[in-house]
Design a protein around this ligand. Structure first.
Ligand code: 5RP
Length: 218
């Protein structure tokens, strides 16, 4: 099976987690695109979605799924999103698609975060995938210098402006021994909007697809 077929397998499994007459939180990325397509088949069952990016909003609307502002809702039972890496504690690295800040906000609101991924994303230790950090543009060099002090090698993601109008630094070679502590430390650097470690609030369920099927990890 191809990686895309595995992503689709995990995405289709996630549809069983949606709650009827409720709003579904929707992440961003190629795995989530498969989820949105599968969700479209069940759209009559849900009220609509909140979306973590302009790209996902567009795809949801193309399928005729109503998209709500997060500020307009008071309950979000489930959030479905992909990841760039997950460890066995379901701590994640996200942000490969530059949507990390809105993703982290929706994950914080959601009662359950269901992460969908193909088996290549499951790792023993986080950090082989460079950690995305969203920064206020004028703070980019300052934040980069601070990240070097933490042992990382930040690289400016050229030409990318986030949906919030900010820039991304991808930090290579970090030794992520304590994901929660590092997540907090990076967020304290002035000028950082947020970073792609989803450890303080990781996933509740990981649906991980391999050619043997989809394994549910909790
Ligand atoms: C976007 C993300 C995505 O979930 C992550 O990059 C995984 O993407 P894909 O499903 O395309 O492999 O965090 O900001």
């Amino acid at each position: 099976m191809t990686q895309d077929e595995l992503k689709q397998l995990a995405a289709e499994q996630a549809v069983q987690y949606i709650e009827e007459d409720e709003i579904v939180g929707v992440g961003t990325g190629s795995t989530v695109n498969f989820f949105i397509d599968a969700l479209a088949q069940k759209k009559h069952l849900i009220k609509g979605a909140v979306s973590s990016s302009d790209a996902s909003t567009e795809r949801l609307k193309q399928h005729g799924i109503p998209v709500f502002e997060l500020t307009a809702i008071d309950r979000l039972p489930v959030y479905i999103d992909g990841a760039d890496e997950s460890n066995h504690l379901l701590e994640l690295i996200k942000g490969g698609g530059a949507a990390l800040t809105r993703e982290k906000i929706i994950a914080a609101v959601a009662e359950r975060f269901i992460c969908i991924a193909d088996e290549s994303k499951l790792v023993k230790k986080l950090g082989n995938f460079p950690l995305p950090v969203e920064v206020i543009p004028m703070a980019r060099s300052h934040v980069a210098r601070e990240l070097v002090k933490l042992g990382g090698d930040p690289v400016y993601r050229q030409g990318v402006v986030t949906d919030n109008g900010n820039h991304i630094l991808d930090v290579h070679n970090l030794d992520i021994i304590q994901p929660i502590a590092l997540e907090q430390k990076i967020n304290q650097i002035v000028g950082v909007v947020t970073n792609g470690l989803f450890a303080a609030r990781g996933a509740d369920v990981l649906l991980i697809a391999s050619k043997g099927g989809v394994k549910t990890m909790t």
